[in-house]
Design a protein around this ligand. Sequence first.
Ligand code: ADP
Length: 285
Amino acid sequence: MARRHDRRRTAERAGDPYAADAHDGAPYGSDRHPGPQPGPAIELRGVRRTYGRGAGTVQALRGIDLALAPGSFTAVMGPSGSGKSTFLQCAAGLDRPDAGEIRLGGEEITALGEKRLTELRRSRIGFVFQSFNLLPSLSVEQNVLLPQRLAGERQDRARARELLERVGLGGHAGRRPGQLSGGQQQRVAIARALITRPDVVFADEPTGALDTRTAHEVLELLRQAVDSLGATVVMVTHDPVAASFADRVLFLAGGAIVDDLPHPGPQAVADRMVALTARPVGAAA
Ligand code: ADP
């Protein structure tokens, strides 16, 4: 499989392709020009989330510190109960931490009201789910345009068509999701996640419902979204092969980041997971 390692150190790129796009309408950051170094696409500082009270208290996140550069692809792994879902929910503004700060594209989101947070989720965060979550009554193109519709933005049909071309579904814009295979539906979901040029795309086990070959195709597309479009992707996965498509793997255990593996190979990822599963929950790295 062709992997473009030379293009993977996206954190070192200058300029913000989305910002350039917004000004001149150039397609997909094709004209990346040097500019001021952008800040992190997303940043968490001291993020804690506790469930329950008294003796039943669970510290799901114990102080997460993290900054992810624009144009980076990060996988998040960890044993069951390690805090992956809670991390994703908090980082994506779907749940509120008890303490700490989360900045999305430089904007602190933890103190935002519900209405503003919903607006921000619609326009500045893309989601890819294990179960695709397309609306069956809408066409493929309408599904891709849905985030713009929900955000009250102009529906950019030309961009929707181009994204569908990119994910290999140029000829399927008028179909219904039910007429597509699982892999094709997930490609639609990726196009949908990218339509608003979000600060971050969160992918939650995006290949969990796919066979190995289709999963590879979907992971290649996420990789391309990062390499070609400058997207920032955060993917929760339990699959070491899936994680190996990322630039970096963060390992959670007991609600803390206990390991950070750059340039992950599947075997190295699998070895770390085995070591983590053997480690007592909550133990430090
Ligand atoms: P993971 O996604 O890695 O399996 P979670 O983020 O779902 O982990 O859970 C982290 C910890 O928080 C676990 O101990 C889990 O039991 C607990 N937890 C998660 N959600 C809730 C909840 N709504 N109420 C109480 N405890 C929860």
